[in-house]
Design a protein around this ligand. Structure first.
Ligand SMILES: N[C@@H](CCC[C@H](N)C(=O)O)C(=O)O
Length: 279
């Protein structure tokens, strides 16, 4: 099986071109390739597929084999792969995802390769029913108390196609993410589990984020999570409409427009290509 190893702000996936390859059991393959000792090593697996309704289709699997509706860092790399490998020739393309059809703007460098992508991530979904969360389906969850182990947090929940629970903290570098992340990911409030974002506000236009990802643990960046943070910051009156988000693996620019869509801009990098022998 041919693959490309790519990352967006350090959030790394194995990408398979399913215009050419056939994958029968993507969940099992995701677990194999993601293993950093016995596989290629990644946060998961992304399939780049033909689509009947868009230029390309993306399917995304976490390192534990679970499928997610959407991946913000992944979709930028899908756009880069599609353009650099001639699957598309335009600088504005559409991609079919579990969160709907998204539009992406591609920026190329002097060598004619894509190195940066702006994604219209669509509108955030804010009710418990949409996220999904247990409880009154029409209610929003903004700055609500949640007791976890020995602490009480204030959570704001946002779906960007996939679920996110955003928590503002004073010092994100020192926050014990490994202690609280998995408990919140698997909390009974979230029937499909959730991604968890811990965020420190630097100024109204700048934040610092660490992410505990559903199905993958701590990763160096999360694009849908950064988009959810842009929304949560405004819902809590803490940030402006445009923010720069510093993640462990790099920076992302986010904007939640008055019209309702979230735009995310960030890097897309290919590290290497290779072949893999599935077991
Ligand atoms: N890292 C991704 C999100 C990947 C999926 C997530 N773990 C989930 O299960 O929803 C991003 O950049 O958005």
């Amino acid at each position: 099986m041919n693959f490309a190893k790519m990352h967006g702000a350090g959030n790394d996936y194995v990408y398979v071109n399913c215009f050419e390859e056939t994958i029968n059991d993507p969940a099992s393959l995701a677990r194999q390739v993601s293993n950093r000792n016995f596989g290629i090593g990644s946060d998961g697996l992304i399939l780049i597929m033909p689509s009947e309704v868009a230029d390309v289709c993306m399917r995304m699997f976490n390192s534990d084999g679970s499928e997610s509706e959407m991946c913000g860092n992944g979709i930028r790399c899908v756009a880069k792969y599609a353009y650099d490998h001639g699957l598309v020739t335009k600088h504005e393309i559409t991609a079919e995802t579990g969160a709907g059809i998204l539009t992406l703007q591609l920026f190329t460098n002097d060598a004619g390769k894509v190195d940066r992508v702006r994604v219209n991530m669509g509108q955030p979904r804010l009710t418990r029913g949409q996220i999904p969360m247990t409880g009154n389906a029409d209610q929003r969850v903004v700055n609500q108390e949640l007791k976890v182990l020995d602490r009480t947090f204030h959570i704001t929940c946002v779906s960007m196609g996939n679920p996110h629970c955003v928590i503002f903290v004073d010092n994100v570098d020192e926050f014990p993410l490994e202690k609280y992340g998995p408990v919140i990911e698997n909390h009974e409030l979230f029937p499909n589990r959730t991604n968890v974002e811990f965020v420190e506000i630097i100024s109204p236009g700048e934040v610092k984020q660490r992410t505990w990802e559903r199905g993958a643990g701590e990763t160096l960046a999360c694009g849908t999570g950064a988009s959810a943070v842009a929304v949560a910051g405004i819902l809590n009156g803490r940030t402006e409409r445009t923010i720069l988000n510093h993640l462990l693996g790099g920076d992302l620019e986010l904007e939640w427009t008055e019209e309702g869509s979230v735009f995310m801009t960030g890097p897309a990098v290919q590290v290497f290509e290779g072949t893999f022998d599935p077991q």
